[in-house]
Design a protein around this ligand. Structure first.
Ligand code: FES
Ligand code: FE2
Length: 402
């Protein structure tokens, strides 16, 4: 992110906090409760956003070295993603060309070849079919035409993106639009993968996404957790096509008063979160990143799976390794962190606080008694997210209140 942009975001957050005002969209919207429960809508979303839309599957650090691989089954098509021996990223349908069995089953690992467990046909990490046991018995087959089916895949700005449709096409820069240079500037490609957490909850995937759409709840729902570290009721927010940037202040921001602008640090004073259409929240705070991927259950609009991938810079990993664990709770340990404590705070806040709210909203929506929910003037990211997905499905925009 450009330095001028960082400064203007910090200034905007300080202004809101000083004036005790929040971001103001100048409009409120009504959101139909059926958006979280309708089976027909859920089927359309699955087809449009998950089976026929590029998917951000990870950051470069998920495939740290030649021979690294991942298997993914989050959006219907089983994917085998590899970094080949030359360091190139590929994605394939994880299905053997003999009789379709998955050639790799571990979630992630290192392999230069993949041997199908059924009859041991073997593929290189570039997808080529390299061996058929007892091929004379099996009969003639042109190996060069029976490699793994390749899926469109691109790695850029530290993002790994796959299209689940072999005939699909995309460019990461087109998906990011005007955000591309800014995303490039974060050097996501240098981050080291730490862990992935899987949250399986009884709430629609859009409700899960909604929990990342306002700071109005920070000092209320999160008063004993995130509320210690971050200011609520203040938000620097900007839209970029179907994506947006959502920045909130840490409590540290007060210390900038009296410090010359050229010395202002962005990472310590603000936390950024990008919403990347349709199902990703990507955020962090300088030396870490969290890639939050939210998937519907295609058979149940009231359930979603969230995969949270955690990454840290090598510098931060080295720093933490030198700090002794003082046995304090994760929040008290802010200045004395452990990587697992950072991860635990993040995941448990989402699951035990945010998603708990969403699960009860889901129950309200499913009664059919409540017909709509309201998005306030201080919740513009929710306006944008819901209107972006509605526009993509050729649905009318949300109705304004009043
Ligand atoms: S199904 Fe893979 S070798 Fe037979
Ligand atoms: Fe929250």
């Amino acid at each position: 992110m450009k330095r001028e942009k960082q400064i203007s975001i910090l200034k905007e957050l300080m202004r809101q906090l000083d004036e005790k005002v929040n971001v103001d969209a100048g409009v409120q919207y009504r959101n139909p409760a059926s958006s979280y429960t309708c089976k027909d809508l859920a089927a359309k979303e699955w087809k449009t956003f998950f089976q026929n839309h590029p998917q951000i599957i990870g950051l470069s650090g998920d495939l740290p070295e030649p021979g690294s691989y991942l298997t993914i089954e989050d959006f219907g098509v089983p994917v085998l993603a590899t970094r080949d021996n030359d360091g190139e990223f590929h994605a394939f349908l994880n299905g053997c060309r003999h009789r379709g069995v998955q050639v790799a089953s571990e979630p992630r690992g290192k392999a230069h070849k993949f041997m199908c467990p059924f009859h041991n046909w073997t593929y290189s990490n570039q997808g080529n079919l390299v061996n058929i046991p007892r091929s004379r018995d099996f009969g003639d087959i042109d190996k060069s035409c029976h490699g793994l089916v390749e899926l469109p895949a691109q790695e850029k700005h530290g993002l790994l993106v796959v299209h689940p449709n072999p005939k699909g096409s995309f460019e990461i820069d087109d998906l990011l639009g005007d955000l591309a240079p800014e995303i490039a500037g974060w050097n996501f490609d240098s981050l080291v993968y730490h862990t992935e957490s899987v949250l399986d909850n009884q709430l629609n995937w859009k409700l899960a996404n909604d929990t990342f759409g306002e700071t109005y709840h920070f000092s209320r729902l999160h008063k004993n957790t995130l509320g210690h570290i971050f200011h609520g009721d203040a938000l620097a927010y900007e839209e970029y096509g179907r994506n947006h940037r959502f920045v909130f202040a840490t409590k540290n921001i007060e210390t900038l008063k009296g410090v010359p602008e050229e010395d202002w640090q962005y990472g310590e004073n603000a936390s950024w979160l990008y919403y990347l259409f349709p199902n990703v929240q990507l955020g962090g705070g300088g030396h870490d990143a969290n890639l939050i991927k939210i998937y519907p259950d295609p058979h149940n609009p009231g359930r979603s799976i969230t995969k949270v991938n955690h990454y840290f810079s090598q510098e931060f990993i080295d720093y933490v390794a030198e700090v002794p664990d003082d046995g304090k709770g994760a929040y008290e340990r802010e200045r004395n962190p452990s990587l697992d404590a950072v991860v635990e705070v993040f995941d448990s806040t989402i699951e035990q606080e945010d998603y708990l709210m969403g699960e009860t909203t889901q129950k309200s929506a499913e009664t059919g008694i409540v017909k709509e929910f309201i998005f306030g003037r201080n919740e513009p990211a929710l306006h944008h997210y819901h209107n972006a997905f509605r526009e993509a499905l050729e649905m009318p925009p949300l109705e304004k209140v009043g």
